[in-house]
Design a protein around this ligand. Structure first.
Ligand code: GAP
Length: 446
């Protein structure tokens, strides 16, 4: 596996971004836990997306629907049939199973990646995760963990329309966990069995669907660029009919250039009237909309934008990771080392501010630093660190993308001030402690 990939995995564990699930029991394939910095980064990504949808656009409202739903939802959505299945191949020798596209390329394609054995012909494998509800386990109590959050939006379409007095065109957005029994979870948090999605469903008239598909594709691409993803690492790909999901009339993927190649981070789909028509048919509830202008009824068409939180998290980490040989400061100790800098967008950085007393053996300096830390704590995610040389502490913070390091030195005792060091430029300026919150708010565009 590629060097950068290993470095991201190692940084994630070392600094508390991502851990293997149930690690002390040897892990649990396809599941990951997010550590203390990981959960901050994840929350920041979700907040940036939620704000984008509900504040920067008009006519979008939120929802938080249940993960477990009536199993008839999944019959209506087409997820229980071959439409929501991957091609599975099995090794005739070691009996390991793989997604067909995971078993290598060229000549290697027909061989088991683990033992080189012969593979069976592909067969369909449904990805829905089954469970039982209530005290009896049989077919009548079987339901599924949701495989996409949007089905919760479709079954609440009328509730939201009526309770919020919406009219097409309008959107409903939701963030939540989804589950897929992936045959071959792989590439760290890229393909997992439990993951989180941020989905927005835009309900519009059939004639407007092409216009809105183009609109949302552009808007979604802009979102990543505005959060600092490099243009050259993003592209958008039209999905040919043969590879489109069963519900989509048209599909485009926003792809990111990961260390293992270009891969999807978000799907933009024109789902036509597939979802509301099928839910009308299966539930017996008429989900058509009466256009008051034309006095005609129609089933709204849906444009969907669907991002994986975990995949975009991975992309943000990879994109912001930099190594500087010899370090950025040319002090004696630093010269030989490699400095890691996580140049995350300020909105995404898990820690906004670190407070560092210049020395830890002078009680007055330590006391002042702790005072500054307590002042800042209710306003920002802030860390206090007094261990090691000041240079090392700057590096520890640069490695996790902390926006600003504040240093309390001997002058601070006289002047009631401190230095603010900018992560990207390493420039330092002195600021009075009484002005600190205002200055930091301005620097962080809060
Ligand atoms: N509602 C449409 C839908 O679910 P999708 O293309 O299957 O579309 C959307 O999934 C996004 O969800 C993907 O672009 C990806 O970011 C994320 N995703 C899907 N399966 C995933 C998995 N097994 N692990 C992590 N993320 C996944």
């Amino acid at each position: 596996m590629n060097n950068l990939f290993q470095k991201i995995v190692s940084l994630s564990k070392r600094r508390g971004f991502v851990f293997q699930s149930s690690e002390i029991y040897g892990g649990f394939e396809g599941c990951y836990d997010f550590g203390s910095l990981g959960v901050e980064l994840k929350n920041n990504i979700k907040k940036a997306w939620w704000d984008e949808m509900t504040k920067n656009h008009e006519n979008i409202v939120g929802l938080d629907s249940a993960i477990l739903m009536n199993p008839r939802v999944w019959q209506a959505s087409g997820h229980l049939t071959a439409g929501f299945a991957d091609e599975l191949v099995e090794c005739k020798k070691c009996h390991h199973r793989f997604r067909e596209d995971s078993s290598g390329s060229g000549k290697e394609k027909d061989k088991c990646p683990d033992c080189g054995g012969e593979l069976t012909k592909p067969r369909k494998f449904n990805l829905m995760m089954k469970t039982f509800v209530g005290p009896v386990e049989n077919e009548t109590t079987t339901t599924y963990l949701r495989a996409e959050t949007c089905q919760g939006i479709y079954v609440n379409y009328e509730n939201v329309l009526n309770s919020m007095r919406m009219k097409p065109p309008f959107g409903i957005c939701q963030i939540g966990k989804s589950f897929r029994n992936e045959i071959t979870p792989k590439n760290f948090i890229f393909r997992t069995r439990e993951f989180e999605q941020m989905e927005m469903q835009w309900f519009c008239s059939p004639q407007d669907s092409t216009k809105y598909f183009d609109f949302w594709k552009k808007e979604r691409l802009k979102w990543y660029l505005n959060l600092g993803i490099k243009k050259e690492n993003l592209r958008i790909t039209e999905i040919p009919e043969s590879k489109r999901p069963h519900y989509a009339k048209r599909a485009m993927d926003i792809e990111y250039q990961f260390p293992f190649g270009w891969e999807e981070i978000e799907g933009i789909h024109n789902r036509g009237d597939f979802d509301l028509s099928n839910h009308s048919k299966h539930s017996g509830q008429d989900l058509s909309y009466l256009d008051e202008g034309t006095k005609k009824r129609y089933i709204p068409h849906i444009i969907e934008t669907s991002v994986g939180v975990d995949r975009s998290f991975f992309a943000f980490l990879v994109d912001s990771y930099q190594e500087i040989k010899g370090g950025r400061t040319k002090t004696t100790k630093a010269v030989k080392e490699i400095e890691i800098l996580l140049k995350l967008h300020q909105k995404l950085s898990p820690i906004k501010v670190a407070v560092l007393p210049l020395v830890r053996n002078k009680p007055k300096v330590v006391k002042k630093a702790k005072e500054a830390y307590r002042i800042l704590k209710p306003h920002f995610t802030v860390q206090y660190d007094e261990l090691g040389s000041i240079g090392r502490r700057y590096r520890r913070q640069d490695e996790i993308g902390t926006c600003f390091c504040l240093t309390i030195d001997f002058e601070s005792l006289k002047n009631n001030d401190l230095t603010i060091r900018d992560r990207n430029t390493m420039k330092q300026e002195r600021v009075k402690i009484k002005d600190l919150i205002e200055v930091l708010n301005k620097k962080l565009n809060k």
